[in-house]
Design a protein around this ligand. Structure first.
Ligand code: FAD
Length: 824
């Protein structure tokens, strides 16, 4: 049996780290749960200087999934910032080993990601492109080189492999203890056999954390309950949509070729065979995510579950094993020494859920961390920065607990987490919409739009139209990296908007309502831009105290003490968290996104259409660009904003959900002879590219400031606002990078996001979003490039699926550069 495996399974370190000290009565932070995630957070908080940080563990440390992990570590992730944090995590192991004096059993062997067909090779080319601008050390090697580095692998199955120097494996139990002991060196305390039985908030916002050994009053608590994250959440009425899943790996008997190999063999992932593998002493360890996942303890994790394993079920993974025996034949030639089936927790999209929980003061969580040994260090770093500095140093949207709202119920969480488990090594294409957990939230228009041929996607739990085919039977497309059959349909929608009039459902935009005598002053402080007068709209960035972008919002003044903010639907709970944190006593705030649905009309004929279904005059003189009215359209009460994201003359019409169908009928009837057409999100994304307008979570995110993103043009410098000092300093220093819009000389394929941008073969930036601009008939991208390459006319290259294509930086929008159409 392996040294690591022995430690992982048997060597449960018997100490509580406190030298028998009693529980303190007060703490700055109580971390609940002593798995790798809780211990890493404890370590980072203590290392960064917070005193009185305490971790409570109900049993020994590593009493959840941490002790039986396979211990494989790698940097690759779908999200570049998670990759960065995985790289940080791996680098950190040396430090915690040195600080703690406790071995983490680290082997940095390097590892490969094996592509056995062209599609996976394409996927890896995309990963390679990301690594290029992130500065990660990844390179392609040939199948022959794979066999050289790992003689057990039969190279004939592979196209190529992406090699990463940083990959390897460690001892999971050792790593968890090293974090805890290093935390102790920095002044933290941890108490084992000290389960938390209740968390009760006091009126001052602090928490009483009850244990059999006493109560600790803590300023902050952090739910790191791992397998019990749901149960710890329930103590406070919090339903976290995470789900433990059963997972198998096996360890072989000794393999002579492994024993004889002079160095430790590299780790690897074979996507098509759906296996990960590494050397385990003189044999191999091999794990797989079976095609039909098995959720474990859907109703709740029992408190008395501890260091048990689950009954292995070889049948479930038999077909995967067969494939792996073909690809790594030596594995099939020896016996299986051990078979592990252990549970670990997944979230709905496979990424962790961390940060301050919206609506719960001083309650933090770091749950659903399904690759704790790849990600635990980065999660700890991020959480400590967030708690101590008020914001993480990089954008961690992909891990933010606020990317889920109340639509993420426990049932939905189980369905999506299971889907995610099953798809762990299954490709998701840029145009792919995942099938599980659909129809969670729909609007009154759902059936109508589907009948009109809508191909639906889902965002923040809500179904929304992506594009329209010729009826329901026609609304299909193959998942692909390349342009697909939806291309021509999207072109048709763009044409309708640019030449006549189109309508898109906008229930999925977020709406935030502020009321009260202090509302204007409050918004003036938290928004960097102008707050409008009654009846007018403004666009404004919202910044963090460090000057990072935290929102781009449309502000509507409905009355001197009444405002509505429209913004990113995905960010609505994150924004709610931000607004509530910054709310004075004389202002009331509510996230009213679900209370206002609506339709946006766009196109040169949109005014005529609108006038047909309104009594009030909406002529260009009577209803100007950025005006708003509370009025009636199609006979229903609405908020009517003269603004559009398509770059055409356009209107956003918001109504209560119960009026949406009537509004849609009125629009369809009135537009029938005007060439009215429904359009979807893809057409909108195409048209906004032609205007060079960024979108939130892609082009606008807290990795960038107002100057880099160009959002500084909307800033009102005459007032004080959150982030002003930092933005002034950034302006003074000059941006190191700038957001640019480019045309790309390419056919048949477009960028999606995260492709490298190069100058003379050197990465100088990355693509934040892009696609095909149908009206301009050009492939386009937006992206951040170093400032010296941001000047209009600069010739650059963009890497798409491993090929370099010429790109040119634009100096002005490719469509309606002076905005005359929009303002018409
Ligand atoms: C078979 C298998 C193989 C894996 N392989 C890998 C791998 O190769 N690489 C990788 O990175 N990851 C791997 N993982 C995943 C990894 O184990 C998890 O990501 C990681 O353990 C999650 O750590 P955690 O701290 O969030 O949760 P846990 O390890 O579950 O820890 C939670 C802790 O909280 C404690 N707790 C719960 N409730 C309370 C309470 N009320 N009061 C006090 N304490 C409480 C528990 O006792 C437990 O110790 C694997 C997992 C399994 C099952």
């Amino acid at each position: 049996m392996s040294d690591q495996f022995t430690q992982s399974t048997l060597n449960i370190h018997k100490e509580d780290g406190t030298g028998g000290k009693p529980l303190p009565s007060h703490a700055k932070v109580v971390v609940i749960g002593g798995g790798v995630v809780g211990c890493s957070i404890l370590f980072h908080l203590a290392k960064f200087g917070w005193k009185d940080v305490v971790l409570l563990e109900r049993d020994e440390l590593t009493s959840g999934s941490s002790w039986h992990a396979a211990g494989q570590i790698h940097t690759i992730s779908s999200d570049p910032n998670i990759s960065r944090l995985q790289s940080y995590t791996i680098d950190l192991y040396k430090e915690i080993e040195e600080t703690s004096g406790h071995s983490v059993g680290l082997h940095i062997t390097g590892g490969f990601y094996l592509a056995s067909n062209k599609t996976w090779y394409d996927y890896l080319k995309r990963e390679r492109s990301k690594a290029r601008y992130m500065g990660l050390n990844q390179e392609f090697i040939s199948p022959a080189e794979v066999a050289e580095r790992h003689p057990l692998i039969d190279p004939k199955h592979y196209y190529a492999a992406l090699w990463d120097d940083q990959d390897g494996d460690l001892d999971p139990s050792g790593a968890t203890y090293a974090f805890a002991k290093a935390a102790k060196v920095h002044g933290a305390q941890y108490f084992t056999h000290c389960g938390v039985t209740a968390t009760t908030q006091r009126p001052d916002g602090s928490w009483d954390v009850t244990t059999p050994k006493g109560v600790i009053n803590a300023e902050h608590i952090v739910n790191c309950g791992g397998l019990w994250a749901r149960e710890v959440g329930h103590m406070q009425g919090l339903n976290l949509p995470v789900q433990p899943m059963e997972h198998h790996y096996l360890i072989t008997e000794k393999i002579d070729a492994v024993a004889a190999h002079p160095t430790r063999l590299p780790a690897g992932i074979d996507y098509e065979a759906n296996i990960y593998f590494r050397q385990e002493r003189q044999g191999m360890l091999l794990g797989t995510y079976e095609p039909k996942g098995t959720p474990w303890k859907v109703g709740g994790t029992p408190w008395d579950f501890g260091h048990e394993l689950l009954q292995p079920d070889l049948d479930r993974i038999a077909d995967r094993l067969e494939m792996s025996f073909e690809r790594i034949p030596a594995i099939g030639e020896v016996g299986i020494k051990d078979m592990i089936n252990g549970p670990f927790t997944f979230g709905p999209d496979g990424n962790p859920m961390i940060g301050p929980v919206p609506g719960m003061k001083n309650y933090w969580c770091a749950v659903g961390v399904m690759a704790g040994f790849c990600q635990g260090g980065g999660v700890g770093l991020t959480m400590a920065e967030w708690m101590i500095d008020g914001e993480p140093s990089i954008d961690v949207w992909a891990m933010d607990v606020a990317r889920f709202g109340d639509f993420a119920t426990p049932d939905w969480g189980t369905v999506k987490s299971t889907e995610n488990y099953e798809r762990r090594f299954v490709m998701t294409f840029p145009n792919e919409t995942l099938p599980k957990g659909r129809m969670q939230k729909t609007t009154a228009l759902y059936d109508r739009l589907v009948a009109r041929g809508a191909r639906m996607g889902q965002g923040f739990g809500l179904e929304n139209a992506l594009w329209f085919g010729d009826g329901p039977e026609d609304a299909h497309e193959e998942p692909t990296f390349e342009r697909n059959r939806s291309h021509e349909y999207v072109a048709r929608e763009v044409q309708a908007v640019r030449e006549a009039v189109g309508g898109i459902e906008i229930a999925n935009f977020a709406k935030h309502e502020f009321k009260g005598p202090g509302a204007r002053a409050c918004l003036d402080r938290i928004l960097a831009g102008y707050v409008p007068k009654p009846g007018r709209l403004t666009l404004t960035p919202m910044l963090t105290p460090k000057g990072k972008l935290y929102g781009d919002l449309t502000v509507a003044c409905l009355g001197e003490q009444h405002f509505m903010l429209f913004g990113s639907g995905a960010m609505q709970e994150a924004h709610r968290r931000w607004f509530e944190k910054n709310l004075p006593a004389d202002v009331t705030y509510a996230n009213v996104s679900d209370d206002w649905h609506g339709i946006a009309l766009s196109g040169p004929k949109s005014r005529d259409l609108l006038q047909r279904i309104m009594r009030e005059d909406v002529s260009a003189e009577a209803f100007k660009f950025r005006d708003l009215r509370q009025t009636f359209v199609g006979g229903v009460p609405v908020i009517l904003n003269r603004i559009s994201f398509s770059g055409e003359l356009g209107y956003e019409i918001y109504c209560k959900p119960q009026y949406l169908l009537r509004l849609a009928e009125a629009i369809e009837e009135a537009g029938a002879d005007q060439g009215y057409r429904w359009y979807g999100a893809r057409a909108l994304m195409s048209m906004r590219l032609e205007k060079g307008w960024g979108v939130w979570t892609l082009d606008f995110r807290p990795d960038f400031d107002a100057v880099e993103s160009g959002m500084d043009v909307f800033i009102n410098w005459k007032k004080d606002f959150v982030g002003k000092d930092a933005t002034l300093a950034a302006r003074e220093a000059g941006p190191k990078q700038k957001l640019v819009t480019m045309t790309i000389d390419v056919d048949g394929i477009d960028v999606s996001n995260d492709e490298a941008i190069l100058k003379d073969g050197k990465a100088v930036g990355y693509v934040s979003s892009g696609g095909y601009a149908h009206h301009a008939q050009s492939s386009m991208a937006m992206g951040y490039v170093s400032t010296e390459h941001a000047a209009p006319g600069t010739q650059l290259q963009v890497e798409i699926l491993g090929e370099m294509y010429d790109a040119e930086v634009l100096g002005a929008p490719i469509y309606d550069a002076n905005g005359a159409n929009m303002r018409a």
